[in-house]
Design a protein around this ligand. Structure first.
Ligand code: NAP
Ligand code: ZN
Length: 348
């Protein structure tokens, strides 16, 4: 008997379509979560559509999950039935390597277990994500979520939120710093909210002139149209930090050249083709490129608690799961303001 309804990609070309499968029985450390909302990340599309290798079909995407705890295993103390809970980009890791022990499960030396399309640590079971009615996850990898916040707008914090919060914190973004955010999409709009809440002077660097008013509403102080050569020239050597969230193929030099002495390009966008970089753009002004992948469980909880305290959530457009393929097309065409979230009530 299949116990879980979902939407899955059956291959890289066809539309996502209904799918049913079994979640495992609860182990002692597991919680069963009744999924309320799941955000749609551009990573879902990259993997489903073959931009990246590694898709295991049928593939149920979704790693921005918020729901209610429906059952707990015998040894679980962190959650009780009825609690609000979140699941992000990974559901397990080795728990024993240096990075796992230091709360960097996202950088597990054996590789974290992704929430979908990866093998559980039993080496056999394929993980399936949040475009589904329920999920079973080891409680150590489940986040506590404040029920006070608008839960549909909390879901994107589980990936877009932590993926921008973590590098901005690592770079020490604070009052007086000049921060650029490239790409005003799901990640970018969270980057703007965090950088401005940390006190920085924030500029959105965008290819879409029509996003200027939204950028300012989200907390940006300035807007730079990256297709305007004159504006780009005026901003050379200006920024301390630039957060690059671009999903499409691009090169780094045009952004590196905007960095001041010791400036940092924080890379989170993961396009299909490797970007080119000139060493000249790096040695000038002693610039550096820093990559960053989501965040560990401890930092993700810290980010959620920070958001609850500051009342920070994503700007979302709620959809029924039956509209998933339309939403994918709109994301690829840059028509998202600024995160689609699936209402799983549409599947129950
Ligand atoms: P998204 O909502 O589609 O936003 C991407 C933004 O990139 C667009 O809104 C657009 O902003 C900009 N863009 C698109 N094409 C461009 C082009 N040709 N040149 C310059 N800018 C362009 O995507 P997302 O969900 O935020 O994800 C962004 C990227 O981060 C994806 O590659 C995703 O896989 C990756 N990601 C990485 C991590 C990590 O841990 N490192 C985690 C999650 C996601 P404008 O219209 O403002 O130009
Ligand atoms: Zn994601």
């Amino acid at each position: 008997m299949n116990n879980t309804k979902a939407y899955a990609a059956y291959n890289a070309n066809d539309d996502l379509a209904p799918f049913e499968f079994n979640r495992r029985d609860l182990k002692a450390n597991d919680v069963l979560i009744d999924i309320l909302y799941c955000g749609i990340c551009h990573s879902d599309i990259h993997l489903v559509k073959g931009d990246w290798p590694g898709a295991r079909y049928p593939l149920v995407p979704g790693h921005e999950i918020v729901g209610k705890v429906k059952a707990v295993g015998a040894d679980v103390t962190k959650f009780k039935i009825g609690d609000t809970a979140g699941v992000g980009v990974f559901v397990d890791s080795c728990k024993t390597c240096k990075n796992c022990k230091n709360d960097f499960e996202n950088y597990c030396e054996e590789g974290m277990t992704g929430t979908y399309s990866e093998l559980e640590r039993d080496g056999v079971t394929i993980t399936q994500g949040g475009y589904s009615t329920q999920i079973v996850v080891d409680a150590n990898y489940v986040l506590k979520v404040s029920a006070q916040l608008d839960l549909k707008a909390v879901a994107p914090l589980l990936c877009a939120g932590i993926t921008t919060y973590s590098p901005l914190r690592y770079a020490g973004v604070s009052a007086g710093m000049k921060v650029g955010v490239v790409g005003l999409g799901g990640l970018g709009h969270m980057g703007v909210k965090f950088a401005s809440s940390f006190g920085a002077e924030v500029t959105v660097l965008s290819t879409s002139p029509e996003k200027e008013a939204d950028a300012k509403k989200l907390g940006a102080h300035h807007f730079l149209l990256t297709t305007d050569a004159e504006q780009m020239k005026k901003s050379r050597n200006y920024f301390d930090v630039i957060l690059n969230t671009v999903s499409a193929n691009h090169d780094y030099d045009m952004y590196l050249n905007l960095l001041d002495l010791n400036g940092k390009l924080l890379v989170v966008g993961l396009p299909a083709a490797p970007p080119k970089t000139s060493p000249f753009a790096l040695v000038n002004n002693r610039r550096s490129i820093i990559g960053s992948k989501i965040g560990g469980i401890k930092e993700t909880q810290e980010m959620l608690d920070y958001c609850a305290e500051k009342n920070i959530v994503a700007d979302v457009e709620l959809i029924a799961i039956q509209d998933i393929n339309k939403a994918y097309n709109r994301i690829v065409n840059g028509d998202v303001h600024y995160r689609f979230v699936i209402d799983l009530a549409s599947l129950k």
